[in-house]
Design a binder for this molecule. Structure first.
Ligand SMILES: [Fe+2]
Ligand SMILES: [Fe+2]
Length: 216
């Protein structure tokens, strides 16, 4: 497995991303996914390659200015996989992981993927949306999409999370998605890893609101 070849193929496109989905997000997800795989099992090669290729849909979204699902990126991912000569059976599995990596128990559709590789990719991707990194990425995403930091006069409970619908402010996004990720983890390893990141986000929000009210 030569991950450098795959990195070469995507480096250019992800280099200039400013929405929190840059090449370093892919590398962090790769490291998280490998760490989880070591404890939980699953096909290491499928997991690693999927981690590097999972967010091509974000680049298409930026280029076209229109919402784009992971499924819309499969053709591009397939071309890269064929170019670097990944075997057919693995390509099929990798494309499956990419297609289903954005399923959430708190969305209307819920989760449907059951294979270990997809579940590990979901966990790794979601861990990178939590904690200090998650907070930083969230505000990057907000800035890139002209989403305000916080609108205190708008109630913040959305019934279901839907990736295609942006939250009205970044703080709203904590309540619609980020704070729900802890209970959305699939593997025991990720469940444990999520605890500290969750706690840090709660502390951040407390501090944020204290400062917002001028009480600190
Ligand atoms: Fe994604
Ligand atoms: Fe991602």
């Amino acid at each position: 497995m030569d991950l450098r070849k795959i990195e070469e193929e995507i480096k250019q496109e992800f280099h200039s991303d400013s929405t929190g989905h840059d090449i370093y997000h892919l590398k962090r997800v790769l490291n998280l996914a490998l760490h989880i795989q070591e404890k939980e099992g699953g096909d290491k090669e499928v997991i690693a390659i999927s981690a590097l290729l999972h967010d091509i849909h974000r680049i298409i979204e930026k280029e076209t200015g229109k919402y784009c699902t992971p499924k819309d990126s499969l053709e591009t991912a397939k071309k890269i996989l064929e170019k670097v000569r990944v075997e057919e059976e693995k390509i099929r599995k990798i494309l499956h992981c990419i297609e289903f990596h954005e399923e959430y128990s708190f969305s209307k559709k819920g989760k449907t993927a059951l294979d270990k590789e997809t579940l590990i990719l979901q966990d790794a991707d979601n861990l990178d949306a939590m904690g200090a990194i998650g907070i930083a990425r969230g505000f990057m995403f907000g800035g890139a999409h002209n989403i305000p930091m916080w609108l205190p006069d708008i109630a913040y409970e959305r019934k279901f999370f839907d990736e295609s619908e942006k939250d009205v402010s970044e703080i709203h996004h904590f309540y619609s998605k980020l704070l729900k990720l802890k209970d959305n983890m699939n593997t025991e390893t990720a469940k444990k890893m999520a605890l500290e990141r969750h706690k840090f986000m709660e502390e951040f929000l407390k501090e944020f609101f204290d400062e917002w009210r001028g009480e600190k």
